[in-house]
Design a protein around this ligand. Structure first.
Ligand SMILES: Cc1cc2nc3c(=O)[nH]c(=O)nc-3n(C[C@H](O)[C@H](O)[C@H](O)COP(=O)(O)OP(=O)(O)OC[C@H]3O[C@@H](n4cnc5c(N)ncnc54)[C@H](O)[C@@H]3O)c2cc1C
Length: 487
């Protein structure tokens, strides 16, 4: 049947998910409409998320290195205080360079019609935007997420920051109370502390980065604590007040002890909520819950011609997950080939120093899923390059299931976010552990830790008493030349 709609595919939201669908669909010849609410394409990752945060982290790291020059055999340096306007300027310039890749012009050249403004569904195939109606055979909802702001008493009457404001401040806050201890909170707490702010972190549970294994997350916390971040774990926010000259947060510990914290500013980093308001989802019967828009494993909503991807579905809120989901939608909606999502080996990383990267299951999730596993570890202190770089912190953990297949890897240490990529290839490519363990890695590199981690699994088997006995029997080896021999 002929398609009588204005467009083959319409996309609401031009972040990682929406841009992936738009580029893929248009290049495959589908007439594509891309609608963005803000003035520029790129979404949260580019403007208020990954890009500004990683740029800030790098600046903070350089400042930290300067202050610690003496630890590298250099003269002690006491740098001038940070001018945050300059830091924000660098952030803007990095965003600007990447923005070119996500420009309206580039997408227009790919064949995408780009429109800006707020839209809402009028019927299951039509949205209204700036007084005009646009219909499409298929729609994609990729409107992302916003900071979740809990209804803490007094917060609505107190100025606070979120990821929308924090990268464009005029001055470095003297002090900051960070509410939450997830990846964004932890990354920002360390960066602002390193730049010179006094930082408190308030966390309801007894662990930061609560999705990670405690042994790994605790190392990150201890590093931040040594750098001066003050943690308040197992603490609930009781009340928040604006004193004019400062903000006040009253916290209450599990055992009822109250404490009052004061700081120049508050950063709210307590998770995300999906951007679904105003879309008219009720009108068109697209189901959602408090996590986000509900989708099946082909990313179809309850209206099968409407797809949803990225943060708005509330599953894995990462840019690479949004991009992956965008690709799944292109396969389903444009190629009409059924393709399902599979998050088994979706990696992620918290870019604190040290970085904490993960792929697959960790001990927490394996236990929750009732999966039997064994753990192999390798310390960064045994990696020559890590020591040369000035870091002996962290470890790598490999989880094998009962059939001795890798089910997850966590890396905590220098450049862990880069190191995990080898495990992306190993796990997705179903490469044998023996291949990784036997492959030559250049010396001295951090990557050798991956080889050693895989080799640890085999070393117990190769250097066993049984093998030794067999070799002794076959070749009449005489055993140890130093210390006591074992039978
Ligand atoms: C501080 C911070 C740091 C982060 N760091 C990382 C990181 O290091 N690595 C990582 O993988 N992830 C990181 N993330 C998460 C990452 O930014 C998101 O997962 C990613 O942006 C999700 O992409 P998306 O396309 O779903 O949504 P978005 O990128 O948010 O794009 C959604 C777009 O939809 C638009 N929109 C909203 N409503 C409408 C509407 N009604 N009509 C039209 N358009 C609309 C929005 O303006 C936006 O442009 C970080 C997030 C934050 C906040």
């Amino acid at each position: 049947m002929a398609n009588t709609y204005d467009f083959d595919i319409g996309i609401l939201g031009a972040g990682a998910a929406g841009l992936t669908v738009a580029a893929g669909a248009a290049q495959l010849g589908a007439k594509t409409l891309l609608v963005e609410k803000e003035k520029e394409l790129g979404g949260d990752c580019l403007h208020y998320g990954c890009v500004p945060s990683k740029t800030l982290i790098k600046t903070a790291h350089v400042y930290h290195l300067i202050k610690n020059a003496h630890k590298f055999g250099l003269p002690r340096v006491e740098p001038l205080p940070v001018n945050f306007r300059d830091v924000a300027g660098r952030i803007r310039s990095v965003i600007g360079r990447i923005q070119k890749h996500d420009s309206e012009e580039r997408f227009c050249n790919l064949g995408v019609r780009v429109e800006f403004g707020e839209s809402s569904f009028k019927d299951e195939h039509t949205v209204e935007l700036n007084g005009k109606r646009y219909s499409a055979k298929n729609w994609v909802l990729s409107t992302g997420s916003s900071p979740a702001v809990p209804p803490f008493s007094g917060l609505d009457r107190t100025p606070y920051l979120t990821n929308r404001e924090i990268f464009s401040l005029d001055t470095l806050p003297v002090s900051m109370i960070v509410l939450g201890a997830g990846p964004i909170a932890v990354e920002m707490a360390q960066a602002f502390r390193r730049l010179g702010a006094q930082v408190h972190v308030v966390q309801r549970s007894g662990q930061i980065l609560s999705k990670e294994d405690k042994d790994m997350a605790d190392v990150v916390m201890n590093v931040l604590a040594e750098e001066g971040v003050i943690f308040h774990l197992n603490a609930d926010v009781a009340h928040i007040a604006d004193l004019g000259y400062a903000r006040e947060v009253e916290i209450e510990s599990k055992d009822g002890k109250k404490e009052t914290l004061r700081a120049e500013t508050i950063l709210v980093a307590m998770g995300r909520r999906s951007n679904i308001e105003g879309l008219g989802l009720d009108t068109i019967g697209v189901e959602f819950d408090n996590k986000g828009i509900k989708v099946d494993n082909r990313l179809r909503t309850s209206q099968k011609h409407i797809y949803a991807a990225g943060d708005v579905i509330g599953a894995y809120q990462f840019t690479h997950a949004a991009g992956y989901e965008g690709g799944i939608i292109v396969t389903n909606a444009v190629f009409h080939l059924p393709r399902k999502t599979d998050y088994t080996f979706l990696p992620w990383c918290t870019y604190a120093k040290p970085e904490l990267a993960s792929i697959g299951l960790n001990e927490k999730t394996a236990q929750k899923a009732g999966i039997e596993y064994s753990v192999y570890t390798e310390a960064f202190s045994d990696n020559d390059r890590s020591l040369a770089e000035g870091s002996d912190l962290g470890k790598a953990k490999l989880l094998l299931d009962s059939s001795e297949k890798p089910i997850g890897v966590q890396l905590l240490g220098l450049h862990a976010g880069e190191l995990v990529n080898e495990w992306v290839a190993v796990t997705n490519g179903k490469t044998k552990l023996s291949t990784l363990a036997g492959a030559v890695h250049p010396y001295p590199t951090l990557g050798e830790i991956n080889k050693r981690l895989a080799a640890n699994y085999f070393s117990g088997k190769i250097f066993s008493d049984k093998v030794k006995k067999a070799l002794k029997f076959l070749f009449h080896f005489k055993g140890r030349a130093c210390g006591t021999d074992r039978p």
